[in-house]
Write a protein that binds this ligand. Structure first.
Ligand code: NAD
Length: 462
């Protein structure tokens, strides 16, 4: 795998200040495939200075020119989509068809959507005797996770560019090669030097230095709730803007009038995709007591069919963690009907698609984010009971409702404490706001709501 031994700062690949490196491991065979530099506070400082210096000119660029650069970036991603998919598969482990369709495909869609929004957004509006301007927040510190490595970068960088912000990106330790490829794409797209900068490094070192840097105006973070809480506190103390995209424990609510087989099948596939490493995955399946046994049988069958098509988890730590959660589920009395804690292969961080039945709402597997291919079937007695269970976690990122009648599903979804709900298997919409209620986060990504996160308003009175 191709790897740069430097940081992309101020429009060029520059040597890191220190000599530390991060080994990139292919989780399917546990082999080291590359080394990248592990940056520190000095590298972050150089990158933030470059971003600060580039800010006035980029902020003053006409929206149409920013739109043209983002469109060019989208075109480079299209031209290099096979390389993107291969890189994500090598460092994350996702099966190649999934990498092609989702890990390469979705960022192309999102970049395209921001090329359009940069051109059409109302950066200026009249309100009575005032003119209100939407101006860029300034320098953005973006900290991203490994589970959708390119999507999470593009979901921050594209709106930041559209808004006229400049950026320093600190990507996840496990997936730095995708981030380096993205930096090459930004360069090829003709984005001016200093507007986008990349520092690879460890979270508690480079990530923390970025979150604490006084030259950063907005910290945009996606990852665990534990780290998000820390970043929120740091930003709060500095009176700095923060956007947090955190964990989830979403409910898939199947109402009795729904097409049960479809709802269960799509629900299991939703959790198994990306090996369960999706913050918005519907990991709790809520089924009416009258249909429960049938749903359990259908879910076990769907998981078994998934079998070998599932990729590994990202690293040894996640492998141990997810298997630990499965053991805990068994210990707390949940019934395994597919999969289990045993590693299905000798090599690679694989976990079998796992289905738990007889899960009660307070069990650990029903409350905590497992981040693996594990779905828990929970029984409910009536609609109010289903709602109580659906809303009964600290999270509120996503969810699903299935019903024979769309209006019935919508009525239920409106009562859920969550940021996104798919009705009867609704399709992904790159323009719809994505983000959490409760401890799932602060702020929204994607579409015009995502763009607004990178803007601040100024009003002039006449
Ligand atoms: P993490 O929160 O530790 O890492 C996310 C990003 O934050 C990475 O770039 C990391 O380097 C950086 N980071 C870590 N510590 C930091 C610090 N002190 N200051 C600044 N930046 C820091 O997540 P993880 O360890 O990769 O995964 C652990 C768990 O988090 C997973 O099991 C899962 O439950 C959850 N997770 C959620 C999402 C999501 O999209 N919501 C994504 C990844 C992981």
């Amino acid at each position: 795998m191709k790897a740069h031994d430097g940081m992309y700062i101020d429009g060029a690949w520059r040597p890191a200040a220190g000599r530390d490196t991060i080994a990139v491991v292919n989780p399917a065979d546990e082999q080291v495939i590359a080394e990248v530099p592990a940056g520190g506070a000095e590298d972050i400082d150089a990158a933030v200075r470059a971003a600060r210096a580039a800010l006035p000119a980029w902020a003053a660029t006409a929206p149409a020119e920013r739109a043209a650069r983002i469109a060019a970036l989208r075109d480079v991603l299209v031209a290099r989509k096979d390389e993107i998919a291969e890189t994500v598969t090598a460092e994350l482990g996702a099966p190649l068809p999934f990498s092609q369709a989702v890990h390469a495909g979705v960022p192309i869609l999102v970049a395209g959507s921001y090329a359009g929004l940069a051109a059409s957004y109302a950066f200026e509006e009249k309100v009575g005797n005032s003119t209100v301007y939407a101006e860029p927040v300034g320098v953005v510190g973006a900290i991203t996770p490994w589970n959708y490595p390119l999507h999470q970068i593009v979901a921050k960088v594209a709106p930041a560019l559209a808004a006229g912000c400049t950026i320093v990106l600190k990507p996840a330790e496990d997936t730095p090669l995708t981030a380096q490829l993205f930096a090459e794409a930004v360069h090829e797209a003709g984005v001016p030097a200093g507007v986008f900068n990349l520092v690879t490094g460890l979270g508690p070192v480079a990530g923390q230095a970025l979150a604490e840097h006084e030259g950063v105006d907005l910290v945009s973070f996606t990852g665990s709730t534990a780290v998000g809480r820390k970043i929120g506190a740091t930003a709060g103390a500095a009176v700095k803007r923060v956007a947090l995209e955190l964990g989830g424990k979403s409910a898939n609510v199947i109402l009795p009038s729904a097409d049960l087989a479809k709802a269960v099948g799509v629900g299991v596939a939703n959790v198994m995709g990306n090996s369960g490493q999706t913050c918005s995955a519907w990991t709790r399946m809520l089924v009416h007591t009258s249909q429960y046994d049938e749903a359990v049988a259908l879910a076990a069958e769907a998981a078994a069919k998934y079998g070998d098509r599932i990729g590994p988890l990202v690293n040894a730590k996640q492998h141990a963690r997810v298997r630990g959660y499965i053991e805990k589920g068994v210990a707390e009395g949940a019934r395994l009907v597919a999969g289990g804690p045993e590693a299905p292969r000798e090599q690679g961080y694989f976990v079998s698609p796992t289905v738990f039945a007889d899960v009660t709402p307070e069990m650990t597997v029903a409350q905590e984010e497992i981040f693996g291919p594990v779905v828990s079937l929970i029984r409910y007695e009536d609609g109010d009971d289903a709602l109580r269970i659906a809303n009964g976690t600290v999270y509120g990122l996503a969810g699903a409702v299935w019903a024979g009648d769309e209006a019935e599903a919508v009525a239920f979804a409106r009562r859920m404490d969550t940021g996104q709900v798919d009705i009867n298997g609704g399709r992904f919409n790159p323009l719809a706001p994505f983000g959490g209620y409760k401890q799932s986060g602060v702020g929204r990504e994607l579409g015009s709501h995502g763009l607004a996160e990178y803007l601040q308003t100024k009003s002039l009175q006449f």
